[in-house]
Write a protein that binds this ligand. Structure first.
Ligand code: FE
Length: 230
């Protein structure tokens, strides 16, 4: 199978929010589409490990914010690379409560859609939730952010929990020097081996390759595989 063929599929980038009883959170999703027109129904694929999956399963409703091309990487990083189990993401952004009671993210969003879950399909690592649209409106004018734009223009990476995530081929060319600096593709933080990351438990002089995989970007929390050679 040539997985490059799958890279020709086009996607957008959305924030999905969900929850109930004062417990709300949200995440980035790219696998979202309209299924039917009448009744208007959308479907979204969510990783079972994600907090949002837990919240949609419990609350049976979700909201979608369609992101603008102008959305900054740090904002995308907050919703795409951090877990709502550890961070109150919605505290950091402007929201409004929708008719379903779920907060809708307004920042960097062009429109919103609210849906009540009508059914779901178990897809192994992910669940596809089908939602009947109960409300939708425009938030601002602009160009919607596509996944291609996010990756090619913004230099964004796929979260490991994205349905479209593909393990990067081992880029083992020449072994990088121990002094090679690495840049976080989400927030731009530069890891300098000379300095290490003492707050993150990485002593000065540690080559990037020798950092444990559990280490995350001290600025945005992105995982190690989001770093690239400077
Ligand atoms: Fe970062």
């Amino acid at each position: 199978m040539n997985r490059a063929a799958l890279h020709k599929i086009t996607y957008g980038l959305y924030i999905i929010t969900a929850g109930q009883n004062g417990k709300f959170s949200g995440q980035i999703a790219n696998s979202l589409f309209q299924v039917t027109s009448n009744p208007a129904t959308i479907a979204v694929s969510i990783n079972k490990e994600n907090y949002t999956h837990e919240l949609i399963t419990a609350g049976r409703k979700f909201a979608v914010s369609v992101l603008s091309q102008e959305a900054p990487m740090i904002f995308i990083g907050l919703f795409g690379f951090k877990s709502g189990r550890n961070v109150d993401k919605l505290k950091e952004v402007e929201t409004k409560t929708g008719v379903t009671g779920v907060p809708i993210v307004l920042d960097h969003s062009l429109s919103f859609i609210e849906a009540e879950v009508q059914g779901e399909l178990n897809c192994g690592t992910h669940t596809i939730f089908f939602g009947k649209i109960v409300e939708a409106d425009i938030i601002s004018e602009g160009e919607p952010l596509t996944y291609a734009y996010y990756q090619s223009v913004k230099g964004g990476k796929s979260s490991k929990n994205a349905p479209t995530y593909i393990q990067e081929e081992t880029k083992a060319k020449a072994a990088p020097k121990a002094s090679t600096r690495y840049v976080c593709s989400v927030c731009g933080y530069v890891y300098d081996p000379e300095k290490g990351d003492p707050d993150g438990g990485i002593t000065p002089g540690t080559a990037f390759e020798d950092i444990p995989d559990s280490w995350t970007c001290p600025i945005c929390g992105a995982q190690k595989d989001n770093f690239e050679k400077e």
